[in-house]
Ligand binder design. Structure first.
Ligand code: UDP
Length: 243
């Protein structure tokens, strides 16, 4: 196991906020879940893979939810971006406790708690073996953290986006509703578009399509999943540009 060769050298892992949620109590964080993810990251880090993380905020606040609560869309979006800062700090601590150096870079200046996002500096951190956590999304309302992952992966020259979710890939229909739903192992961007499959939101998806950035959608609930994904094992669904 330990001597597996990674397929990717530099990865951007998109962790949705919902994946951090405690499903029983509804609390925004579930410490065992955070620790499991951090242990999995450590395993991948030990393989020499450069890891950048884009963290979501859905476990705390989403802009669209705000509209229902009497908050304007843009204000709600800023609240959503601040939620990702909270999640990023939680991750920073858990990962650091495992002995891995971490830097948090924020798209909205919060200089007391995180570095500003500076592309070259972020790359340097990766080269030095630090995990970089990108928070505050793109810094702009009307975007998502999936779009942030597409953007950061493209500008950082990552080999792939690993989209870790609670579903183990892309299906032809909702597997929670339809037991006969079929999972795709491989897709190309145009096929995914033609079949109207939901891989990411449309802005994020177009960025990946335009920049030929592969996306691997998988579930990280099982220990070792991130390592398997990074080593190119058949896990989840991989979406690539046509060869
Ligand atoms: N958000 C934003 N701009 C960005 C990234 C995020 O306005 O560039 C806001 C948006 O309101 C979003 C929230 O932050 O709903 C949390 O991010 P997201 O929903 O992508 O988190 P996830 O679903 O991954 O937990």
């Amino acid at each position: 196991m330990g001597n597996q060769e990674p397929k990717y050298k530099r990865v951007v892992i998109k962790l949705s906020g919902e994946a951090l949620l405690n499903r029983e109590t509804g609390e925004p964080f579930d410490p065992p879940v955070l620790e499991s993810i951090a242990r999995q990251l450590k395993e991948v880090h030990e393989l020499g893979v450069e890891i950048a993380i884009v963290v979501g905020g859905g476990n705390i606040f989403r802009g669209l939810k705000g509209e229902k609560r009497g908050v304007d869309r843009t204000t709600g979006d800023y609240m959503g971006m601040l939620s990702t800062v909270i999640n990023g700090l939680a991750f920073m601590d858990v990962i650091e406790k495992m002995g891995i150096p971490v830097r948090v870079q924020s798209a909205i200046p919060v200089e007391k708690i995180a570095e500003p996002f500076i592309l070259r500096r972020a790359k340097r951190h990766l080269e030095k073996g630090r995990i970089v956590i990108f928070v505050a999304g793109t810094g702009n309302p009307y975007f998502s953290t999936d779009t942030t992952a597409a953007l950061r992966a493209s500008e950082m020259g990552a080999d792939v986006i690993l989209k870790a979710t609670n579903v183990d890939g892309v299906y032809d229909k909702d597997p929670k509703k339809y037991p006969d739903a079929k999972k795709y192992e491989k897709l190309d961007f145009l096929e995914a578009l033609r079949k109207r499959l939901k891989v990411m939101d449309s802005t994020a998806f177009s960025l990946c399509l335009d920049n030929k950035m592969p996306i691997l959608v998988f579930s990280m609930q099982e220990e070792g999943s991130i390592r398997r994904a990074v080593c190119g094992e058949a896990i989840g669904t991989v979406v690539t540009a046509e060869d």
